[in-house]
Write a protein that binds this ligand. Structure first.
Ligand SMILES: [Zn+2]
Length: 265
């Protein structure tokens, strides 16, 4: 259980130096005297939850100082609290998590079959995506492909398609978006004539995130396009794309289990 609350878009992304990280880490220990005020805002950089000091029920006794707070959600001694110097935010917790729990973060990313959509690095931190990417038992990883960034629709394969008006009509999302996306495949293997020239296209893709935005990426190579086409034929709309970081340029291909398979588990 956890309580990851997205920050408002106006929350500043903290720029943490070495000393800040040390100072923040020191906040986690011996905090009981500071946390007497039940309404003080607290957060845990292991699970990303935010809560009030009054919600803390377990304390770790210390021999050489005040008790240390344990997170009411995950039980870890990784609780910090709001201070003038370090205003508490989910972005701050996410930065600390990626720093102090870097190997756990990497492992989590490696196994993930889900992450919420985000629009750029700041949004990724404010939403606490590092805490929210997860492995779901109902989803299976079936591959991974490379992406390249396009600045406008039609830079690559879409331009060659006969439905180019539709292709141009819909805007692309700004920033460095990612997270879970639907994969829409257009035009399976066909040829058409354009200005007297015969053009052969396999297919082209749109990646639509949870907010309905069209992501500004295309697949890296025709081989990978063919592979996604095949998987799409096989799995239909159960095939999803998952981009796990703002500058990853990789898309994990994930399939949700069919309902009949779910009932067996
Ligand atoms: Zn926690």
């Amino acid at each position: 259980m956890r309580n990851v609350v997205p920050d408002a878009g106006s929350v500043e992304i903290p720029l943490l130096g070495y000393e800040d990280r040390g100072a923040l880490n020191r906040l986690t220990a011996y905090g009981r005297a500071e946390l007497q005020d039940d309404s003080r805002r607290c957060g845990c950089f292991r699970c990303g939850s935010t809560f009030l000091a009054g919600e803390i029920v377990d304390w770790m006794p210390e021999e050489d100082g005040e008790d240390t707070a344990l997170c009411p959600y995950c039980g870890c001694d990784t609780v910090i609290y709001d201070t003038d110097r370090y205003p508490l935010s989910t972005a701050l917790l996410a930065e600390l998590y990626m720093d102090w729990f870097s190997s756990e973060f990497k492992e989590r990313k490696k196994a993930a079959t889900y992450a919420p959509s985000f629009s750029d690095y700041d949004d990724y931190l404010r939403r606490g995506v590092p805490f929210l990417m997860e492995h779901r038992a109902t989803q299976e990883i079936v591959g991974e492909v490379d992406l390249f960034r396009i600045d406008a629709p039609g830079n690559a394969t879409g331009f060659m398609h006969e439905d180019r008006d539709a292709w141009f009509a819909q805007e692309l999302a700004d920033g460095e978006p990612g997270g879970m996306a639907d994969i829409v495949v257009h035009g399976f293997e066909r040829a058409f004539v354009d200005g007297g020239e015969k053009i052969q296209v396999s297919c082209y893709f749109e990646f639509i995130d949870e907010h309905g935005r069209r992501l500004p990426y295309e697949l890296w190579s025709p081989d990978q396009e063919r592979r996604v086409c095949e998987l799409s034929t096989r799995y239909g709309s159960r095939l999803k794309g998952l981009i796990l970081g703002p500058d990853d340029r990789r898309m994990r291909l994930v399939v949700g289990c069919a309902p009949d398979r779910l009932s067996i588990q």
